[in-house]
Design a protein around this ligand. Structure first.
Ligand code: FMN
Length: 199
């Protein structure tokens, strides 16, 4: 059974874009129908243009569609990827989540499988808290949280974060990091498939 996966990211400097792209590729290779989507930029255009790196990422990812509530209805599973900002999700991602009231009220998010990834400058700069803030919202939706847990040796090799893959800024995307993202993505698809089969 083909699973419809929405990989939804926000990225200012490209890290979460790279993570989301990797996850999307792993999911496609596993046979999922994948939409790679980004949370709409909410920062003023002059602020984005004022930072060379931010502007470059915005231009490089201009071809990627902004996520809409319809994508959430379409998908069986959601994989979020978003930077840690002052210990929580970047506001661009929260702005999107805050548009979901109408479909939440219609029960359209119920039993969707949800997993999350993040990145931060510091290993203890709020990575777990950012992931948990995704899961708190997912619980409100009636979605099913699918964290990686300690289900595979790959999780231990990238810092041992059972809440979701988290990337510490400046570290390379090693084979271990990619393996951890793959484990999380495939586990999400596996649980989404079980949920869909039982629906
Ligand atoms: C406004 C702002 C707040 C940030 N807050 C944190 C933080 O609380 N903890 C941390 O470790 N890193 C923090 N960072 C670093 C970001 O997490 C880092 O730039 C991000 O993970 C890069 O992801 P991206 O390349 O996908 O944009 C912050 C960065 C910015 C610009």
């Amino acid at each position: 059974m083909s699973i419809k996966l929405a990989v939804i990211y926000y990225s200012t400097y490209g890290t979460n874009y790279e993570m989301a792209t990797l996850a999307a590729e792993f999911a496609k290779s596993a046979g999922a129908e994948v939409r790679l989507l980004k949370a709409r930029e909410t920062a003023p255009a002059e602020v984005v243009a004022g930072q060379q790196h931010w502007k470059a990422v915005a231009e490089r990812t201009a071809h990627i569609a902004n996520v809409t509530p319809d994508d959430m209805v379409w998908a069986d599973a959601y994989l979020f990827s978003c930077p840690t900002r002052f210990g929580v999700q970047a506001s661009q991602m929260r702005a999107f989540i805050d548009t979901l009231g109408p479909i939440w009220a219609q029960g359209k998010l119920v039993n969707k499988a949800v997993s999350a990834m993040t990145s931060a400058q510091n290993a203890h700069g709020g990575q777990e808290q950012t992931l948990m803030s995704f899961y708190a919202s997912a619980l409100h939706w009636g979605s099913i949280v699918v964290a990686p847990g300690f289900t595979d040796p790959a999780i231990y090799k990238t810092g041992g974060n059972p809440y979701g893959y988290s990337h510490t800024q400046g570290q390379p995307f090693t084979d271990e990091a990619k393996a951890s993202i793959k484990v999380q993505t495939l586990r999400l698809l596996d649980v989404a498939g079980r949920l869909k089969a039982g629906a």
